[in-house]
Every structure is written in structure tokens, then in C-alpha cells.
Ligand binder design. Structure first.
Ligand code: ADP
Length: 421
């Protein structure tokens, strides 16, 4: 089993599980999907079950459930009307494996919640007041928070007596200093409309920065790490002594790096220009920048594997998309190096970061003056655990550190519910 770093200590109040209970069900509820994992925290977070309900609300919904103890996978196709029905179906699958929601071993349910604003700085036991606060944040995350709330409401109705904990994507970034979190716009307007840089992927940045410290044989407080979370969505963070001091996503996940389908940074005047000169509506521009930009907008593909294949065949469009992607990444790497002053490690994570050796090599190429380099053999070697890819004796460690957001949510949830025992 993968060795995991310890989660940050978390506070607690609210209902408590039975002393022997050590399992945590992690729910990640999206607008039309419900992903889940059941982990046993007494066993270091070993996975007992995992699954996904897709296309909720459509006629072609699909449930895929795997019991990791037996290795059995079950699939069900057919309409799943809503999240309530989806979670009941998941509960049914878990019951079939003897791990239902009524099991005394279930300690808590941990919910991924995308936006916690400035209000939620830590994992939080959910009560009616917390639900109301998450609702108040819907204007900041109109797609995500309502979906997360649906999962919370359904789970609370099924197990009202069980502690349920919200783990926020934004929480890890609430330690950013004001000068990193504020945009240079009118302060009163910014405050009135809660316009500031919140950052996302926080659960991953928290997990990976701690796992990187562990890889170096140090405590998180002893190291400065730049985390590059490169998935379909992508973000960078500068983590000083275990605390985030800057991150590339902002008010929404649109800011920062070039992503699969999101533009990342651009001059805000591009929006005025497309509105005034291009005659596009705000909704059209929103869709353009979030869903039809980034790698996809540049070359028609958002999957780095496909882009690499096309580059190998000499495709100039794919090459340019790759170069733009890497150029932005290098700019953030340099910026966060300057923000931190001294850097102990750069950690690559998520789908691209963990798998695309050419991206990692290009990101640090020519940066030996900053102590940054990759060893070509280690970089190219396949592997599935946290590993160093920098040459022996390098001033700055460069590492591949697989992220595990579900484990982190489970660990934070468990820490909250055990704290008061
Ligand atoms: P999400 O943000 O959806 O959680 P992931 O972290 O799973 O995304 O990353 C998905 C992306 O990772 C894919 O779109 C693809 O670009 C990239 N990816 C996955 N596997 C590989 C691979 N073997 N080589 C290069 N890129 C990969």
C-alpha cells in the first residue's frame, strides 16, 4: 500500500462515531456524477470499495462499483433520476459487500466541496448552518457548490446521525497573504462582491506538498515546495513550511496555467474585445474560455497523450500547443521560485504531471542555474509511487508525487471526527 503523509490536525464538534468505527466514505458529487470511495483509516487508508455513477438525470446513466476486497466489479446501466437515487444505489452496492451505510464500522462521510470562500479554512463538521454557508457561496461556484450540496443533503437524509464533514478545495489556500490573494482593483468593490483569489485543487496541493516533504525525509514545516498539479484542470502552488503562500487559480479555476480546455491567464481586455468587436455574449465567452480553450482550443486535443503522439508525427499545431503549455508552466515555476526565495522541491502531480515525462523535462530545461534539472533516465522510467527524478546531489529535488485527493479527504474527515474522542 502507498505510504501516505499525515493530514493536518483538524478541529471537531458535532456527532461522534462509535470508537471502533474507522471507515470513511468519501463522496465527490458533481453536477451529473457521483464518485465515491470507502477507505479504512485504521488500515492507513486502505481502499475497500470505489465507484462512480455517471450521467445522473439522463436515460443512459451508469453505475460502476468495485469491491476491492474481492476484486469484483459490478456495472448497472439504466436511468438514475437524481443524486438521491444514485446514492441509494451506491448504498445498496456497499450493502451487498457487507459495508452498507448502516455499518457500525462507518465513522463518517467526507464530502468534497469546491468553494469554501474565506469562511471555511478547515474541514468542517456539517450542520444546518454549514449547509447555509455553502449555499451562500454558490454565486462563487455556480456549477460546483450546488452539486456538492445535493450530495450532502442526500447523505444527511440517509444517515442523519452520522458525522458528515465538508473538505473544501479552497481551504489549503486560505493561508495566502493578502498581497497574494487580492487583485489590484477597487478594494470596496472587491470586498462587496467577494472578488479575490481563492485557489482550487487545495486538497491535492496539501497532500502532495506533505508527501513531498516525506519523500525528502523531512517534516512539512521544514521544506519549501512548488507543487505543479497538471491534470485536465491545472494549477501551481508555492508552499512555504507546509502553508500555501500563492497559487495560480483565482476567483475561479480559470486563472493561471494553460489547461485541457481552459485558457488560464489572459489579458481581461480579451473579453471586452470579444464582446464588443466579436459580438459574442458573456455566456459564449464563458464557454469559450472554460470549455473550448487551453490545449483543446490551440490544437483540437486536450489529452497530452494525443498531443505527444501528434508531435512525434511532426504536427506543428500540436507542437505549438505543447510549447505554449510549457512556457506558461515555466513562468509560474520561476515566479514561485522568487516568491519562496529558497526551494527544496518541485513536485509534479496529476494526469500530465505524473505521466508526461516530456512536459517535466521541458519545464526545467536550462534551469540548472536555479538548481533545477531532471535525470533523463529517472524521468523516463515508469513508476507509480512518489519518486525523485532529479540527478543525485541536486540542489533542488524534482519529484513525481502521485496525488490522492480521496485519501486526503478521508484522512481530514477522520481527523475531525476522532479529535474529540
Ligand atoms: P482531472 O483533472 O480530470 O482529474 P487527471 O489528473 O486525471 O484529470 O488528468 C487527465 C489528463 O492527464 C488527461 O487529459 C491527459 O492529458 C493526461 N494524461 C493521462 N495519462 C497520461 C499519459 N500516460 N501521458 C501523458 N498525459 C497523460
Amino acid at each position: 500500500m502507498t505510504a501516505h503523509p499525515s493530514p493536518a490536525a483538524a478541529p471537531s464538534d458535532g456527532p461522534r462515531p462509535a470508537r471502533t468505527a474507522s471507515r470513511v466514505l468519501v463522496l465527490n458529487s458533481g453536477s451529473s456524477s457521483l464518485k465515491y470511495q470507502l477507505l479504512d483509516m485504521a488500515d492507513g487508508g486502505g481502499r475497500l470499495a470505489a465507484g462512480l455513477v455517471e450521467r445522473i438525470g439522463e436515460r443512459t446513466s451508469r453505475l460502476k462499483h468495485t469491491c476491492l476486497a474481492t476484486g469484483e466489479t459490478r456495472r448497472h446501466d439504466g436511468p438514475v433520476a437524481d443524486h438521491d437515487t444514485a446514492l441509494k444505489a451506491v448504498a445498496g452496492e456497499l450493502s451487498r459487500d457487507g459495508m452498507g451505510l448502516d455499518s457500525p464500522e462507518l465513522a463518517a462521510i467526507g464530502h468534497r466541496v469546491v468553494h469554501g470562500g474565506m469562511f471555511f479554512t478547515e474541514p468542517t463538521v456539517i450542520d444546518d448552518g454549514v449547509v447555509t454557508e455553502i449555499e451562500r457561496l454558490v454565486p462563487l461556484a455556480p456549477l460546483h457548490n450546488p452539486a456538492n450540496l445535493t450530495g450532502i443533503r442526500t447523505a444527511r437524509s440517509l444517515r442523519p446521525d452520522l458525522p458528515q464533514v465538508a473538505v473544501f478545495d479552497t481551504a489549503f489556500h486560505t493561508t495566502m497573504p493578502e498581497y497574494a490573494a487580492r487583485y489590484a482593483i477597487d478594494t470596496r468593490l472587491a470586498d462587496r462582491y467577494r472578488v479575490r483569489r481563492y485557489g482550487f485543487h487545495g486538497t491535492s496541493h496539501a497532500y502532495v506538498s506533505r508527501a513531498t516533504a516525506r519523500l525528502l525525509g523531512k517534516a512539512p514545516e521544514e521544506v519549501n515546495v512548488i507543487v505543479l498539479h497538471l491534470g485536465n484542470g491545472a494549477s501551481a502552488s508555492a508552499v512555504r513550511g507546509g502553508r500555501c503562500v500563492d497559487t495560480s487559480m483565482g476567483l475561479t479555476p480559470l486563472e493561471g496555467l494553460v489547461m485541457g480546455t481552459r485558457s488560464g491567464d489572459l489579458d481581461p481586455a480579451v473579453i471586452f474585445h470579444l464582446r464588443r468587436v466579436g459580438g459574442m455574449s458573456m455566456d459564449e465567452i464563458d464557454t469559450l474560455l472554460n470549455k473550448r480553450s487551453g490545449l483543446f482550443g490551440l490544437c483540437g486535443d486536450n489529452d497530452m497523450r494525443e498531443i505527444q503522439r501528434r508531435i512525434d508525427e511532426g504536427d506543428a499545431g500540436a507542437r505549438l500547443a505543447f510549447d505554449i503549455y510549457v512556457h506558461r508552466l515555466r513562468k509560474y515555476l520561476g515566479a514561485y521560485y522568487a516568491v519562496l526565495g529558497t526551494v527544496d522541491a518541485v513536485a509534479f502531480t496529476a494526469g500530465v504531471g505524473e505521466n508526461a515525462a516530456p512536459v517535466r523535462a521541458a519545464a526545467v530545461e536550462g534551469l540548472a542555474g536555479l538548481g533545477l534539472a531532471v535525470d533523463p533516465e529517472s524521468n523516463a522510467a515508469p513508476g507509480d509511487g512518489a519518486r525523485l527524478i532529479s540527478p543525485a546531489g541536486a540542489r533542488v529535488a524534482v519529484a513525481v508525487v502521485p496525488t490522492d485527493e480521496e485519501w486526503e479527504i478521508a484522512a481530514q474527515t477522520y481527523a475531525v471526527v476522532r479529535k474529540g474522542d
